[in-house]
Write a protein of this length. Structure first.
Length: 194
């Protein structure tokens, strides 16, 4: 596996606690997937085999994450291993190696990281709630940004607003959404850079 200078830069720019974790994950990926290549996808380092995403890693302000594509999700953090703050938060190397290789083999066999039959099914559309529409219409810059987002990005905002359990939470989320949209931000803008 060749090393990508963009991944070097990503690791160098990460917080001090994150650098050894990212280097460890990178070295482990080199050993587990010797035929893989590195790339930056969605703003985070990824390991690809035959041009297909097998795994990615990221650093945030207080934790790192490892995502093995098609390997499910655990807990409330991105990826399968929760919030990683030190190498000791990871399973043993043998387990990680096996999971990376299973993902590689699954992707090679199916041509996709998807579980099951590998067929992507569109998610049902979320109708625009009247109160959220009114809030967007009251702030033209927010409405323009929302209307210009990709369908999945609009869905991110709609899910966040409609899944609120109380009216107070819903109103707070709508206000926050309108503020971020007026600034031209996607729902998960915080995670676009480490």
């Amino acid at each position: 596996m060749s090393r990508d200078a963009r991944v070097d830069a990503y690791i160098a720019g990460a917080a001090a606690f994150a650098r050894p974790v990212l280097e460890h994950l990178r070295d482990l990926a080199h050993r587990a997937l010797p035929d893989a290549e590195e790339a930056i996808k969605w703003g985070m380092p990824h390991f690809l085999v035959n041009g297909r995403n097998v795994a990615g890693m990221a650093a945030f302000k207080a934790h790192c994450t490892l995502v093995i594509h098609g390997d499910g999700r655990q807990g409330d953090a991105m990826g399968q291993f929760g919030r990683i703050t030190a190498i000791t938060d990871l399973p043993i190397e043998l387990v990680l190696t096996a999971r990376l290789q299973v993902a590689r083999d699954r992707i090679a066999a199916r041509g996709t990281a998807q579980r099951g039959d590998g067929v992507r099914r569109p998610k049902p559309e979320i109708p625009m709630p009247d109160d959220f529409a009114a809030a967007l219409d009251a702030m033209p810059a927010a409405r323009r940004t929302f209307d210009g987002l990709a369908p999945g990005q609009r869905r991110d905002y709609l899910e966040w607003v409609t899944e609120a359990k109380t009216l107070a939470t819903r109103e707070k989320r709508m206000a926050q959404s309108v503020e971020w949209l007026a600034e031209g931000k996607k729902r998960y803008w915080k995670y676009e850079k480490c």
